[in-house]
Design a protein around this ligand. Sequence first.
Ligand SMILES: [Zn+2]
Length: 334
Amino acid sequence: MTPSSSAPRPVTTAAEAVGVDVGATKIAAVRVSADGTVVARARRATPRGTAHTLVGAVGDLVTQVRGERVTAVGVGLPGMVDARTGALAFGPGLAFARAPLRALIAEAVGLPVVADNDANAAAWAEYRLGAGRGHDHLVLVTLGTGLGCGVVVAGRLLRGSHGFAAEASHLTVEPGGPLCECGNRGCWGVSASGATIARLGRQAAAARPASLLGRLIDRGSPDAGEAVTEAARGGDRQALEILDRVGTLTGTGLAALANLFDPSVLIVGGGPVSAGELLLAPARASFARRLHSPGDRPPVPVLTARFANDAGAIGAALLALDRLPDDGRPGPRR
Ligand SMILES: [Zn+2]
C-alpha cells in the first residue's frame, strides 16, 4: 500500500523521526530510526528573540536532517511543557514564556509534532534503548546547567496533571545551601548539578591557582567542570572533594526519589558522569544511607546513562515515533 501525499504516512518499522533538543545555548537535531540509530545530525546556537525566532531555527534544523521516511518530529524543551497542548509554560534561559511551541513548530515543518520536557525525553531514551531498558519503573536525573529529572512509572512517563511532574531540581538536598533562582536555598539544581561542579571548581582554582586544578582551569579549559574531573583524576585534593560533595548530595536526592517512586533502577546522566566512580561512588554511598529500609527491598542500582549529549534529542524522536499512530495525532498511551 502506497501512502498518498495528502494522507499521513503509516508508522512502520522503517519509520524515522526527527528529534530536536532545545537548550538555552544550543539546539541539536537528529534523525533517528526506530531502533534508535542516529542517521543524521545538525546543530546551531539558540537564537535570542521571540518564540517565532526559535521556531524558525528549529524548522531550519529539521529541514537539514529530515528524510523521506520521517513521519514525525519530537521536540525536547527546557522547562515546563504542558503535556496536553505541547505549549511551553516556562523556559528558564529562554527570553519568552507561554508559547504554543508544538503548534507553531508543526505549522513550520508540516509534520505531526510531540513536545515534552527535555529530561522527560532523555528518560524515555534510557527507558526505550538505554540503561533503563527492561525497567518499567525508573528515574533519570541529568546533571547539567541545572538538574533535569524524568520518571517512568509502569512504562509511561510521569507527567502529573499538567505535565510539570518530576521537577526534582527544587528538591532541597542541602539545607541552608546556595540561593536558588526560586528563592529557596539548597535546591538540588544549585547544590549538586553540573553548574555546581563548575562553580566550585572556579572558586577552588582562584583560591589555589598553583594547584593542578588551578593550572587546568587557567589553561583555558572551556568547561570548568571538565577541568575538575581531569584534576580529580590527577589526584587534586580539592577537585576530589568537589566531586565527593556533589556526588553525596546527588545520592541524597536520588534516595528521596527512590523513596517516592520505588524504581527498579536510577540513572544519572549529564557531563559530570564522565568522572565515573569519583562521582558515583559517593552518590551510591549517600543513597544507601538515606534509602528507606534498604535491607528489606531488592537492591536498587544507580547506573550511568547510556546516552550522553544526544539523550534529549534521541528521546524526543523516540517519543514522536511511539506516540504518533497512523492518524498523526498523539496517542493516548505514552
Ligand atoms: Zn529552587
